[in-house]
Write a protein that binds this ligand. Structure first.
Ligand code: HEM
Length: 387
């Protein structure tokens, strides 16, 4: 199978997707037993038809990460999914998130002040990673000083999504995360604050408080899952802007284009390339029959390059409209953090455009993809600018 070979995390998985959309749009990998879906219409259907394609998998996933996310909304089906999601939607509406803009701008400036005079830096390390972590840590009432630990945990979890044996590092990370969150939950129980965890502790669904497993699920999902993805949106944007000649000049001249350019990055270099489902009943995708209980991978990164949906999909075009990409999913599980991710990206990228004239990839920069076929982004992004 092409994309689970050891170099499966290639920075350019797109030719592989192109081939699969043509020759095997619904592919059964006999070795792993899983099914893979590559075309836009099919991916959209798999993501949104939750009655047929269930998100419930944590319970059957014996790995400790599976257990950590087992009671979270991303692995819940209705009606529990709706109940859990309703507890956090208020905190993540575009309006609620917009109120965070001044704080996100101040953080961005602080981070960039630290490197502006240097003329070169790894933008992942200095901006794209710390910004989303600090923002979510503040929302959740978690000490931002612990962010290096979150970084380590999310790196290990992301590498766990790569095919291959799990290591002792994975087990100890999952244990460490659980212990950390349990202590945090206990602390907030005794000393509630004005933060998401305290709110979740008070929340009730039909008169019932959330279970500890559900609280843990929220912590893991918000603190880890949302971070690495936003890091990669910012990183992939800088990469794409520096690659396409004239893009940065155009964005500087027409700042109103930036939101649209960010949507194009989401399509062209989707930070999440694939999502899992499991079939709840016998079904068919296209003319391929799939039995009940089959694990299935919906390739978002391929759907977003489908020529049936997008004209010149291999072209990075910041003027593209419409742009109905599936980077944040589709249907009831549509990314809760999308307004926050978009806002952080807009503020961070505007600041980079304003403050770093002549921004370019550092000469001889070697770009390496993160160790995952699911999450898409580079490990380091060395750039330089004129000071
Ligand atoms: C769900 C992508 C940022 C929290 C999802 C899904 C995708 C996604 C594809 C759908 C999962 C599915 O269908 O099974 C992204 C991308 C991001 C991003 C590309 C950044 C560019 C964030 C942030 C947060 C977040 C910043 C939190 C603050 C969530 C949650 C869900 C989710 C809680 C589950 C929603 C549900 O199951 O109802 N995300 N995400 N995400 N995302 Fe994001």
């Amino acid at each position: 199978m092409d994309f689970v070979r050891s170099d499966g995390a290639s920075l350019d998985p797109f030719p592989h997707y192109d081939r699969m959309r043509e020759s095997a749009p619904v592919f059964h990998d006999e070795q792993s037993g899983s099914w893979h879906v590559f075309r836009y219409d099919d991916v959209q259907r798999v993501l949104s038809e939750h009655g047929t394609f269930s998100s419930k998998m944590g319970g059957d996933d014996p790995s400790e990460t599976g257990q950590l996310f087992a009671a979270s909304l991303i692995t819940a089906d209705p009606p529990r999914h709706r109940q859990l999601r309703s507890l956090v939607t208020q905190a993540f509406t575009p309006k609620a998130v917009e109120a965070l803009a001044p704080r996100i701008s101040a953080l961005t400036d602080e981070l960039l002040d630290g490197i502006a005079s240097k003329g070169s830096a790894d933008l992942i390390d200095e901006l794209a990673y710390p910004l989303p972590v600090i923002v979510i840590a503040e929302l959740m009432g978690v000490p931002a000083a612990d962010r290096d630990r979150f970084k380590h945990w999310s790196d290990v979890i992301v590498s766990q999504t790569q095919a291959g044996p799990r290591t002792a590092d994975h087990s100890s990370t999952n244990r460490e995360m659980t212990e950390y969150f349990l202590a945090l939950i206990e602390h907030r129980r005794r000393q509630p604050g004005n933060d998401l965890i305290s709110n979740l502790l008070m929340a009730e669904i039909e008169g019932q408080r959330l279970s500890v497993a559900e609280l843990l699920g929220f912590c893991s999902l918000l603190l880890v899952a949302g971070n690495e993805t936003t890091t990669n949106l910012i990183g992939n944007a800088v990469l794409s802007f520096t690659e396409a000649p004239g893009t940065m000049e155009r964005l500087r001249a027409e700042p109103a284009l930036l939101p649209q350019a960010i949507e194009e990055v989401l399509r062209y270099r989707s930070p999440v390339q694939s999502m899992y489902r499991v079939t709840a009943a016998d079904t068919a995708v296209g003319d391929v029959r799939i039995p009940a209980g089959a694990p299935l991978v919906a390739w978002i990164g391929s759907a977003n390059r489908d020529e049936r949906q997008f004209r010149d999909p291999g072209q990075f075009d910041i003027g593209r409209t419409p742009n109905r990409h599936l980077a944040f999913g589709h249907g009831i599980h549509f990314c809760l953090g999308a307004p926050l991710a978009r806002l952080e990206a807009r503020i961070a990228l505007q600041a980079v455009l304003d403050r770093f004239p002549g921004l370019a990839l550092s000469p001889g920069a070697h770009l390496e993809r993160m160790d995952s076929t699911i999450v898409y982004g580079v490990k380091e992004l060395p750039v330089s600018w004129t000071t």
